[in-house]
Design a protein around this ligand. Structure first.
Ligand code: FMN
Ligand code: SF4
Ligand code: SF4
Length: 432
C-alpha cells in the first residue's frame, strides 16, 4: 500500500482527504465519526463572531439535480455558517484535537470585515490548538448580503487586506477559501498570496437556482412560496473547480502557492485529478453528505492502488498534469484522429448517427441492417459521437500516423504546428 501521509502547509494528516467546512464538520459527534471512518482531516464548519448565533431557515435548505438513475449530480444549499454558539464549537474543537492528534483540524472563519473582529476571533481560537485557519471568503448567500463571505471574496483588495490582518494577529497557517463567483479566479488567488496566505482552497459553492416549481412558481428549495439563490456543489461542479485549480497552478504569479482542491470530489480518481492539476490535498463535502463518511475508505484504497500501479509517490502526483494545461493557440493542429466504431460492441441505437448527421459533420453512414460506419473523408474528429454513444469504448478516436494523408483535407499529417504559426492566423500575416 502506497504511503498516503500528507503534509499541507506544515499540517500533517494520514491521508490527503479532508472534509470541507460544512454540515459534516459542524460538531464533535460528526467529526469524531469521520475520523473513525478514516478521514485525514477536517475544516470545521465556519465559525462567526461572538454573540447571538446566526439563524437558519426552518424549511428546506437543499435543491438538487439528479441523473436518470436518480444519482445526485448537483446539490444547492441556502444554509449559513454554524448556528451553534461559538463557545460550544471552541470547546468541542479543543476536545477533538486533543484526542485526534494525528488528524488535521483547521477552523473556518467568517467575521465582519474590520480588523478588530478578526483580531478578536483569532484570539479566541488560539487556545483550541487547532492546526490552522481557513478564511471563508466564499459563501455566496445570506452572509454576502451582510458584507461577508463572497462579498469579500469578489474584491481582491479586501482579500489581501483581511489576509494581512489574519497573518498579523495569528501565527497559525492560513488558507484562503475562494469563491468561484468571479470572472477570473487568478485575481483573488494573487491577492491572497500578496496578503501572506499560506495556501488557497477552492472552490466554494456556485450561485445557482436548481429548479422552479411550475405549480407554485417558486424557486426550489421553497420557503413559504419564495426561494433565493443558493450555493451549488457536488459532481456537477467538478469541471469548473478543476479548471480554476489549474488556472492558479499555472499562473506565474501564483505558481507554487499550495492549493487545497474542492468541488465534486466523490472518488479517488476525482481526488487524483485535482492533485495532478496542482492541489496538495482535497476537501470533500457533498459526497460525504450523499454516501456517508465511509466513502473515504474507497478513496484511500483506490489512491494507494493507483500510486502503487504507477510506482510513484503521492508528492510526485501533485502538479503532474500542470505542464500539459496550455492555451488553445498552442494545441497541435497536426494531431489528426478519426472515429472508429467497434461493430461487435455496437447495439445499433443510432445515437451517433443522429448526432453526427443533424449537428456535426454527416460523417456517419447508416448502412442496411443498421450498420453504422464512419466516413473518414467527412470526419473532423470532433468526438461528439463518442460522447453520445451509450456503450463505453464502442467508439474510439484513432490517431493517423505521421505522413498519412487525411482523406478529409488531402493533406499529409505533419509535425507539431500550432495556431501561432498557421497561415490563416491574421497576426502571422501581419508580422510577415
Ligand atoms: C450544506 C452546505 C453547507 C456549507 N457550508 C459551508 C461553510 O459553512 N463554510 C464553507 O467554507 N463552505 C461551506 N460549504 C461549501 C463546502 O465546504 C464546499 O466548498 C462545497 O460544497 C464544494 O465541495 P463539494 O462539491 O465536495 O460539496 C457548504 C456546503 C454545503 C453543501
Ligand atoms: S468524430 Fe464527429 S465528425 Fe467524426 S464521426 Fe464522430 S461526430 Fe461525426
Ligand atoms: S451510438 Fe454507439 S451503440 Fe449506438 S449505434 Fe452508434 S456506435 Fe452503435
Amino acid at each position: 500500500m502506497a504511503n498516503l501521509s500528507s503534509e499541507f502547509i506544515g499540517i500533517k494528516s494520514p491521508n490527503p482527504f479532508w472534509l470541507a467546512s460544512a454540515p459534516p464538520t459542524d460538531k464533535k459527534y460528526n467529526v469524531e465519526r469521520a475520523f473513525e471512518a478514516g478521514w485525514g482531516g477536517v475544516v470545521w464548519k465556519t465559525l462567526g463572531s461572538e454573540g447571538p448565533p446566526v439563524v437558519n431557515v426552518n424549511g428546506p435548505r437543499y435543491g438538487a439535480i439528479w441523473g436518470a438513475d436518480r444519482r445526485l449530480l448537483g446539490l444547492n444549499n441556502i444554509e449559513l455558517i454554524t448556528d451553534r454558539p461559538l463557545e460550544v464549537n471552541l470547546r468541542e474543537i479543543k476536545e477533538v484535537k486533543r484526542k485526534w492528534k494525528d488528524r488535521a483540524l483547521v477552523i473556518s472563519l467568517m467575521v465582519p470585515c474590520d480588523e478588530d473582529s478578526w483580531k478578536d476571533i483569532l484570539a479566541r481560537i488560539e487556545d483550541t490548538e487547532a492546526d490552522g485557519v481557513e478564511l471563508n471568503f466564499g459563501c455566496p448567500h445570506g452572509m454576502a448580503e451582510r458584507g461577508m463571505g463572497s462579498a469579500v471574496g469578489q474584491v481582491p483588495e479586501y482579500i489581501e487586506m483581511v489576509t494581512r490582518w489574519v497573518k498579523k494577529h495569528s501565527r497559525m497557517p492560513c488558507i484562503v477559501k475562494l469563491t468561484p463567483n468571479i470572472t477570473d479566479i487568478r485575481r483573488p488567488a494573487e491577492a491572497a498570496k500578496r496578503g501572506g496566505a499560506d495556501a488557497v482552497s477552492l472552490i466554494n459553492t456556485i450561485n445557482s437556482i436548481t429548479s422552479v416549481n411550475l405549480d407554485s412558481f417558486s424557486p426550489e428549495p421553497s420557503i413559504d412560496g419564495k426561494g433565493t439563490h443558493g450555493g451549488y456543489c457536488g459532481p456537477a461542479v467538478k469541471p469548473i473547480a478543476l479548471n480554476m485549480v489549474a488556472e492558479i497552478a499555472r499562473n506565474p504569479e501564483t505558481h507554487g502557492l499550495p492549493i487545497s482542491g474542492i468541488g465534486g470530489v466523490t472518488t479517488w480518481r476525482d481526488a487524483a485529478e485535482f492533485m495532478a492539476l496542482g492541489a496538495g490535498n482535497v476537501q470533500v463535502c457533498t459526497a460525504a453528505m450523499t454516501y456517508g463518511f465511509k466513502i473515504v475508505q474507497e478513496m484511500i484504497s483506490g489512491l494507494s492502488q493507483y500510486l502503487d500501479d504507477k510506482q510513484i509517490a503521492l508528492s510526485d502526483l501533485v502538479g503532474r498534469a500542470v505542464p500539459n494545461v496550455t492555451d488553445w493557440q498552442y494545441l497541435n493542429l497536426n494531431y489528426v484522429t478519426k472515429a472508429r466504431i467497434d461493430q461487435d460492441a455496437c447495439i445499433k441505437c443510432g445515437r451517433c448517427y443522429a448526432a453526427c448527421e443533424d449537428t456535426s459533420h454527416q460523417a456517419i453512414l447508416m448502412k442496411p441492417g443498421r450498420v453504422f460506419e464512419v466516413n473518414d473523408a467527412e470526419c473532423v474528429a470532433c468526438n461528439l459521437c463518442v460522447n453520445v454513444c451509450p456503450v463505453d469504448n464502442c467508439i474510439t478516436m484513432v490517431e493517423l500516423p505521421k505522413g498519412a494523408v487525411d482523406p478529409r483535407t488531402g493533406v499529409k499529417v505533419g509535425d507539431y504546428a500550432n495556431w501561432t504559426t498557421h497561415p490563416n492566423n491574421p497576426s502571422v500575416k501581419a508580422a510577415e
